[in-house]
Design a protein around this ligand. Structure first.
Ligand SMILES: [Zn+2]
Length: 286
């Protein structure tokens, strides 16, 4: 026979599990975050004239995302916005095309997508250029911001103006080291882009990657500030390591930043990030 205490803990466990896995979560009025099977988080905005979605990730994620949208509204899905070109974010577009959505990407991402086919990638219907485009739907304005090269091509920062909710793909992940080690990442430009993001009016930000216990709750511009500070601290630590006499070729592996030890991926990515900073300082940016 199950004891009262045992029953209570099972009930508590179920309530806890439900609280953590509730999907989607309404983070602001009509704005939802959704986490798919690969832990990536997307965002969607429900208006009186339809739904706007940010980042399809892949087909399995997109199918769950469409089901999540239909669980909260009968409005049609009108727009799918890509944050950037990378295949691990830009797959699944066909799922939204089948729903009648128009797919939009920054022209730099669009051109890359056309040139680099992938079985799960659908070339967007529309592209936009420059540093800003607004999508107006049902009395709401979704601002799309581009601050130049930083990570991949055409990196776009969407902000829903009235509700002041932003969305950031790979540039910042709360409680986690950023990863800026691939050839199409540039650290100086990432720094400039993060400074640009801090000029945007946001109260809440949903992040694709979020190492907090409940990633669907998103975070704030403080997470952007923290990542910017990490980047500056890492550059300073690398310079100090070399100034102390460590040969430059050994310095990236020798750097330690205890302040960030509690962040996810500290052991795995710190030296990789230090190498990227050192190489960019030595060879020049991408
Ligand atoms: Zn990416």
């Amino acid at each position: 026979m199950v004891s009262l205490r045992g029953t209570l803990s099972i009930v508590c466990l179920l309530v806890f599990a439900e609280a953590v896995t509730a999907n989607p979560v309404e983070v602001a009025d009509g704005v939802y975050s959704y986490q798919g099977p690969t832990t990536y988080v997307s965002m969607f905005v429900v208006t009186d004239d339809g739904v706007m979605v940010i980042d399809p990730i892949n087909s399995a994620h997109s199918e769950g995302l469409v089901a999540a949208i239909k669980s909260v509204t009968n409005q049609p899905i009108r727009y799918l916005v890509h944050t950037h070109n990378h295949w691990d974010h830009s797959g699944g577009g066909q799922v939204f095309k089948d729903e009648g959505a128009t797919i939009i990407a920054h022209v730099d991402a669009y051109n890359w997508m056309k040139a680099n086919p992938h079985p799960d990638l659908t070339v967007p219907d529309e592209s936009w250029g420059g540093s800003r485009k607004d999508i107006m739907l049902g009395g709401k304005t979704l601002e799309l911001h581009h601050f130049g090269a930083s990570h991949g091509h055409g990196m776009t920062i969407p902000v829903l103006a009235g509700e002041r909710v932003g969305y950031i793909a790979d540039l910042v992940g709360p409680n986690r080291l950023p990863f800026f080690t691939l050839p199409d990442f540039t650290v100086r430009e990432l720094e400039r882009t993060l400074e640009g993001i801090l000029t945007l009016d946001t109260e809440k930000i949903v992040f694709t990657h979020n190492a907090r216990p409940d990633p669907l709750q998103g975070g704030t511009s403080q997470d952007v500030i923290d990542t910017l500070q990490y980047l500056r601290d890492l550059r300073a630590a690398l310079e100090a390591e070399i100034a102390s006499g460590t040969p430059a070729r050994l310095a990236p592996d020798a750097v330690r930043l205890p302040k960030y030890e509690s962040w996810a991926m500290y052991d795995q990515w710190l030296a990789l990030n230090a190498w990227k900073i050192w190489l960019e300082g030595h060879l020049g940016p991408f």
